[in-house]
Design a protein around this ligand. Structure first.
Ligand SMILES: [Zn+2]
Length: 254
């Protein structure tokens, strides 16, 4: 894998947008990575993940983005103006409308990389009557190792500015309850946000979440999922050999 963060973001985005994966089609989904304390790259509005090039990402000012998020509300026009004003290169493309959500995840989600898609498998569940409830307990150990033991959930809210507020509130509530940030935020009727320490971390989490979702869907043919008990899942989360395996998975790129 290349070392340049923008090059890595392009590679991650192309993986996310691969048509055979059905995680994001057309202009769906967006990705970001933190460059340093005050800057991050995020996908430009309307760009396609699967065909992304360096020009499809815009460098934005993280702190100015967070200043906008701190306001109680913005009109649609103010949101468009805000998106243009946080660009560090005025000639760059307008960043995605979800840029404010990415800023919140990068600042409060204890992560350096963020991936967001609308995967067919995950939306089959998140858009159902059950919402994110089928993910509230686990069905096999690898999902605990790769995706984490628990998740933040956000009911449907208008994408963009309002969503950034809802994600910020959900992250704070989660961190208060669990002492750390989640790796996945499930947005009901929308899609997952994945929070990672590296590009590979985000990709691995999405691969496992996709597999987990497909298994949950298939389980319906055989009487529904047979859930692990909370105690069994806690045990997997705390096992030393699983912690070692988790570390090795993230070193796979070296
Ligand atoms: Zn989305």
């Amino acid at each position: 894998m290349p070392n340049d963060p923008l090059e890595r973001l392009v590679s991650l985005s192309r993986e996310f947008g691969r048509e055979d994966r059905a995680w994001a089609i057309l202009g769906e989904g967006n990705t970001s990575t933190r460059i340093d304390d005050g800057r991050f790259y995020v996908k430009a509005s309307g760009s396609r993940l699967g065909e992304a090039t360096r020009e499809d990402f815009t460098e934005v000012d993280l702190h100015r983005a967070l200043e906008y998020v701190a306001r109680p509300s913005l009109t649609d026009e103010e949101v468009q103006a805000a998106l243009d004003s946080i660009k560090l290169d005025p000639a760059a493309k307008r960043p995605s409308v979800e840029t404010f959500v990415h800023a919140v995840c990068l600042e409060e989600g204890d992560c350096r990389w963020v991936g967001h898609g609308h995967p067919e498998s995950v939306l089959s569940i998140l858009c159902s009557q059950a919402g994110a409830q089928p993910y509230s307990e686990h069905i096999f150990p690898d999902a605990i190792v790769v995706c984490g033991r628990s998740f933040a959930v956000v009911p449907y809210v208008d994408p963009g500015f309002k969503l950034a507020h809802a994600v910020r509130d959900a992250l704070r509530t989660f961190k208060k309850a669990h002492g750390k940030a989640p790796k996945i935020i499930f947005l009901e009727n929308h899609g997952p946000f994945l929070l990672g320490q590296s590009d590979l971390d985000v990709l691995n989490t999405m691969k496992m979440l996709d597999k987990w979702s497909k298994i949950l869907l298939a389980n319906r043919h055989f009487g529904g999922a047979n859930y692990l008990s909370p105690e069994e899942s806690d045990r997997i989360e705390g096992r030393l050999d699983e912690a070692y395996r988790r570390k090795r998975l993230l070193e796979a790129e070296k």
